[in-house]
Ligand binder design. Structure first.
Ligand code: DQA
Length: 148
């Protein structure tokens, strides 16, 4: 059974309260519950971590090498700033899908660049909570096709 590491970056713990006009009223707990249901339906295991700290996210990515076959990540604002997270993903060489609730290309210019996109299989951006569900389906589909 594939095991996927789900990483939520900074400020995503505030979902539901944070800028509801952009991110909606869904909470991180709601999203995690939906992901767990989808994982069960897909027949995969997921481990979920949210952190506001770059180094914690880097350490979690390093831990994937022996525990997980794929990564689903919303790095939040670190998407646009973190060479360290990009290098960690590139270093462990584990297939990674990048997701965003909002469409980062319709927002401020500083959000248009992702350090993670070049080391990810692909990116899903703009579908709210469904970005995560689509992202989980995408990583599992990728692993299944690669295996077969
Ligand atoms: C985000 C988009 C980022 O630009 C922002 O900093 C976030 C959330 C999203 O899911 O839409 O924290 O990653």
């Amino acid at each position: 059974m594939f095991s996927i590491l789900v990483l939520h970056g900074p400020n995503l713990n505030l979902l539901g309260l944070r800028e509801p006009g952009i991110y909606g009223s869904v909470t991180l707990d709601n999203i995690n519950r939906l992901l767990e249901q989808e994982a069960e339906a897909l027949g995969v295991k997921i481990s979920i971590l949210q952190s506001n700290h770059e180094g914690v996210l880097v350490d979690a990515i390093h831990s994937t090498s022996d525990q997980h076959q794929g990564i689903l990540i919303n790095a939040g604002a670190y998407t646009h700033t973190s060479v360290a997270i990009r290098d960690a993903i590139s270093g462990v060489n584990i297939p990674t899908v990048e997701v965003h609730l909002s469409n980062i290309y319709r927002r401020e210019e500083f959000r248009h660049h992702s350090f993670i996109a070049p080391v990810a299989i692909g990116q899903i951006s703009g579908f709210g909570k469904d970005s995560y569900i689509l992202g989980l389906k995408a990583i599992v589909n990728y692993l299944q096709n690669r295996g077969g």
